[in-house]
Write a protein of this length. Sequence first.
Length: 455
Amino acid sequence: MPSVFIKTYGCQMNERDSEAVAAQLVAKGYSLAASEAVADVILLNTCSVRDGAEQKALGKMTALAGDLRRKPGVLLGFMGCMAQSRGRELIDRLPDVDLVVGTQKFHRTAEYIDELLAGRRDKIVDVAEEAGSEATIREHLLNGNGTKSVTAFVSIMQGCNQYCTFCIVPYTRGGERSRTIPDIVAECRQLVERGVKEITLLGQIVTSYGKRDIPVRAGKSAFVQLIEAVHEIDGLERIRFTSPHPKGYGDDLVEAYGRLPKLVESAHLPVQSGSDRILKAMHRGYTRERYLEIIRKLRQVRPEMGITTDIIVGFPGETETDFEETLSLVREADFDNAFIFKYSPRRDTPAATMPDQVPHEVREERNRRTLASINEHGARKYGSCVGRMAQILVEGPSRKNPARMMGRTRTNRIVVFDGSERHRGQIMDVKITRAGSFTLYGDPAILNLDGPCNQ
Ligand code: 5AD
């Protein structure tokens, strides 16, 4: 059977979609190629959130198409967000591309590849909407290479209704559609039966999960009800989710952290800006003060809470004063880490045509200043862990140095240590001996009575 190579750009949702497509292909008898050089089918699962991500995938496909002259017969396809937003235009531009599959059609990819390889069809473009597509990302590729997966991602919903003025996602992923709680729990249960210890619930805005379909019960939102149901699964050790939206951090969710021990003390909570004026122009739906209040409340319930964020610099109309408010929020919020993005105009979004677009050099400069602040703060925060104990769940070999093992603290910090395969899947206490750049190094052999690493 032919072999397939999938290259994924962008977010964790894309990673998860690629995994489901790969698993569907494997179930049909295809093999997964170790590299694109030996693959019979090459798929690029694309991201549209910034222009850079689109250019990377287009550049990659152009290079692959160039290669094709030497390797005829290799099937080339685009999937995901850019496939959705550009559709047939991609084939007009790159005629060697055979397949374009949108964000509601991932589950058709295997069947389309069959048809193309059998010569029944010449080109396929499918970017239509499909009712029920939110429940089609369910197959997992566990236990690859004979090893067991400790962590898994579960897609609980698709789409977004927030319409932030900078963001293309509502146009590429469609409106919010949620799976049912029993369907999600059944998938999680199967994963745990297959050895998974930690599950990350995934969606564009997970805190909006089930809003339209599942009524609030005893003051608990549908999302909190879902976490409670997943929490019941025996053998599951940890629950994470990404990404929430600050507007969805009601008291019911804050309170859940104090009540549900499997819900780890970690949150990726995108703030985007520290200026109320810019937050409003972005259509974020909260103020700086409300954001900081959520963080305070979370730390009241779980003082050791690890919080990361996303920040956009250079949104249209952002003045030096607005930007300084972002810098001061970064100092106040005491983030573990932050992903900084230079504003990138996206087609059809309101912000792309707003007046006062910020010049490139200013976006660059603000990006550098924010990064410097985050790095300095991170170094201090990670450095303060040295000498303390941390509890980690061991995931497998370290990516940078496969001779060592890596795990994550509940607060989502990576800890690298000298270990072996027998540690995989274990929850271990390690002493932190050194801090690198957003990485900790630990020693499982040293017992320590100084207490846990909280900060
Ligand atoms: N320009 C720059 N960054 C963006 N993001 C989303 N849209 C844009 C854009 N047009 C960032 C946001 C979001 C993250 C996934 O990508 O910070 O949280």
